[in-house]
Design a protein around this ligand. Sequence first.
Ligand code: AVI
Length: 361
Amino acid sequence: MSNSGVTFNSRYKTFTVDSRLRYFKPHSSEIERTFAEEIVEGLDRKSKYINPKFFYDPAGSELFEEICSIPEYYLTKTETEILEGLDGELAGILTEHLKSNAGHGRDRKEESCTQGIRLVELGSGSSVKTRLVLQVLFGVQDKVEYFPIDISDIITESSERLLADYENLKITGIIDTYEGGLEFLRTYDDRQTSLIMFLGSSYGNLAPENGKKFLQKIRSSMNPGDLFLIGLDAVKSASMLELAYNDSVGATARFNLNVLSRINSELDADFDTENFAHRAVYNHDVERIEMYLESLCDQSVTISKSGLVLKLHRGERIHTENSYKYRPSEVRRMLESVGFEYRRMWTDESGHFMLVLVTVS
Ligand code: AVI
């Protein structure tokens, strides 16, 4: 990947690979400062936490891919099955949607009506799911522009694989936080209808008040006629949930512990991962899985680049993730409360997972 040196706006560097592939990435010093600051903010306090967005360095992203392939982590498998089952129906909805938007003379330039739908994905996720939706889009239009937004450079690899398989695909990757990526797209052209996807129940990693703000952010980045497809994990038995987050091959434990290795290498710290244990428990009261890193002894850790010496006692926990689960009956209200228009919900036969399509007018 070579840096073309062209800047789209002052926050980003552009990397142009060829006419079908380019990336935008914020200047690295900015990312590093944020990481160091946020780590101090979360650890230099009584109830310690690390924001789960920091799981996704290259090693963490690979571990997450591994988790997605493990049977007890039913989320990926179930969401994929739902997507596989709705291709014809989704194609029909998208075709109808394009027709009705063209007829209603939206705020966009005339040519937008013939330019079809572009795919925006928050979190590049498993390319299996992306491919299923691309397949649907190629069924209704000749060319597709795909905008993966992900904090990790992993999108560079998956993009190249996608381009090898789809001749008429163009990819503009945004290596940034979701908020940064959405802001980027607001200042980008609005000649096409966007289908924004937020799959895998990643929304569940946000606390409800932040989730609501995030939905508002998505809503405000959308133009009339744009679509938003969100995947949400449903409330179910604690045993099934706890198994999904305590898998038999220990991938979730390695994923959780990897954030400490990341802090070691990027912020010059000396966490000994052997001194921590992975814990994942279901909290019935707030209907979420909670993940922690538990200190196995009294210990002191230095995080040089954050200027912090951390003292942990045996049994003390660092809260690393919440994964909220949703009731189908509350999802529609949640989405409508921020101004989305509800279109459709799909679930698997057991009701373990939901895919919901909304739009804005
Ligand atoms: C990305 N996110 C939806 C996953 C989840 O289920 O909360 C992250 C994860 N954490 C442990 N396993 C998977």
